[in-house]
Design a protein around this ligand. Structure first.
Ligand code: GLN
Length: 497
């Protein structure tokens, strides 16, 4: 396996687009590179992509704003963490003046009238945000095929899915349209697309990053997090965004460590637990093999490896799809064509206006979630579904926490299946739901989780593993991932097929 070296300055002239965020920040600070040069490089690549026929256009980006990004970079405080470095954000994050369409027709005319806390922190830490990325409508999906902007292709193999719902942010990083991007993860939406595209994604602990200004899907699950090709880039972005915020009462009042500085700290007595339910028959043999090699790596580094059992793993999926749809049905009630959303032109009276605006504005998957959520919250079923799922959530949480008393990290494959082709699984949406089985638990229990690529399958497509850590101990996951990257190298994915 090749070690991705991160680029040295001598490579920069011809290969600007391959620079890691960390390398960019260094070069910007040394004035060996300008934000303008970098933006022009990314934008030229995006324009090239826009000229491609639909079937081979990656379509990761849905809005660009070079001028604003240049202004943001010019306003970056001296000696900021990110030094003006350009990044891309998912289209469900508010940044004043930028469209926040959530890939939905119902918000096709909506622009942010304020900025989310996480985006403001990024700007304050010297990021410049030059584009917004495609996604599944309202972050519901696992293939980025539910979007008013059209599907996103996996840059490694165009007829394959990039994953979802942050398919755009992941494909933008994998396709070298940016060094890093920001996504959101309610039930895997950062880690699963990162895994499909062969890049790294981190979902912070619930409460680590303020959700203020992230369009709510399921408020007790949602978190904002970074996607990048290098562990140090993930650390930088998390450090730039994390921390308590008065505007989000669920954000934790805890100090934010310097994640980027923590990376080099050696790890002593690491104990990694492997839940056997994540290694059952559903896991593809190529994935199992690659995963066990990654486990061997940690064992050779001196980690203690133990097998544990999380018998309620399957329940996490039901809990997720009951509670997240319930919360979504409530959160999406505001899109009524009056408070938010495009009003229908055909309406005859007020209730008809609500009805038509929502029928015309929402896509099928979003409607399906609203129906399911309204059902589980309805008078006759509330106790059987909603209440039961809430109680089960607590049981699952206790089980994970009991294991993490002993073990420092849980480790499992990010996906049990190989990356699949576009357009495959749409006939039965529950198939798609089942594909989230390894990703939703971290959101159900609110723990931090991080996915990184470790191998290529026989088609050259990525295989990844993920960690789950103790609440607010993102630093340990990052250090473990960094160790892997430094000692072992991450696979480099160029066009897989
Ligand atoms: N696949 C999950 C879903 O469709 C992902 C959601 C998310 O994390 N935004 O619900």
């Amino acid at each position: 396996m090749t070690k991705e070296t991160g680029l040295r300055p001598e490579n920069t002239v011809s290969e600007l687009h391959r620079l890691s965020l960390f390398a960019i920040v260094k070069l910007l600070k040394k004035k060996e590179l300008t934000v303008k040069e970098l933006l022009e490089c990314y934008l030229q690549r995006l324009e090239e992509d826009e000229r491609q026929p639909r079937e081979s256009r990656i379509n990761a980006v849905v809005y660009k704003n070079k001028e604003e990004a240049l202004k943001q970079a010019a306003n970056a405080p001296a000696d900021s963490l990110l030094g003006g470095a350009p990044i891309i954000i998912k289209e469900n994050l508010h940044l004043l003046g930028y469209p926040v369409r959530c890939a939905s027709k119902i918000l096709s005319n909506y622009k942010a009238t304020y900025s989310s806390t996480a985006m403001l922190r990024l700007l304050k830490n010297g990021a410049s945000i030059f584009a917004t990325a495609n996604m599944d409508e309202f972050a519901m999906g696992s293939a980025n095929e539910n979007s008013m902007h059209g599907f996103v292709c996996n840059p490694l193999a165009k007829d394959y899915i990039p994953g979802g719902s942050s398919g755009g942010p992941a494909a933008a990083v994998a396709g070298y349209f940016t060094s890093a991007s920001i996504g959101s993860d309610t039930g895997g939406s950062i880690r699963q697309p990162a895994a499909c595209c062969g890049v790294i994604g981190l979902k912070p602990t619930y409460g680590r990053v303020s959700r203020y200004g992230l369009v709510a899907f399921a408020s007790s699950f949602d978190q904002i997090g970074p996607i990048a090709r290098r562990v140090e880039d993930i650390a930088l972005l998390l450090e730039a965004m994390a921390g308590h915020d008065e505007a989000d009462s669920t954000s934790a009042k805890l100090p934010v460590p310097s994640y980027s500085k923590a990376l080099e700290t050696p790890i002593k007595n690491l104990h990694i637990a492997l839940p056997k339910e994540y290694l059952g028959d559903t896991v593809h043999p190529q994935i199992r093999r690659a995963f066990m090699q990654a486990v061997d790596f940690y064992e050779k580094q001196g980690a203690k490896i133990s097998e544990v059992s999380l018998p309620n793993t399957d329940y996490a999926l039901s809990i997720y799809y009951i509670l997240s749809t319930a919360e979504a049905s409530s959160n999406l009630a505001r899109f009524d064509g009056i408070r938010y959303g495009n009003p229908s032109k055909k309406a005859e009276n007020l209730s008809d206006l609500f009805f038509r605006s929502r029928s015309e504005g929402f896509g099928d998957e979003v409607k399906r979630r609203i129906f399911t959520g309204s059902y589980v919250l309805s008078a006759g079923y509330y106790d059987d579904y909603y209440m039961k799922a809430l109680k089960a959530r607590r049981v699952v949480y206790d089980k994970y926490m009991a294991i993490l008393k002993d073990a420092d990290l849980l480790m499992m494959p990010t996906l049990p299946y190989r990356v699949f082709k576009r357009g495959k699984d749409h006939e039965d949406p529950t198939e798609m739901y089942r594909s989230d089985v390894f990703n939703v638990a971290a959101n159900v229990v609110g723990l931090p989780s991080m996915s990184l690529p470790c191998a290529k399958d026989s088609l050259g497509l990525p295989i990844s593993f993920q960690f789950m850590g103790r609440p607010f101990d993102e630093a340990l996951m990052l250090r473990a991932a960094y160790l892997y990257q430094q000692e072992h190298g991450l696979p480099v994915f160029e066009n897989a097929k």
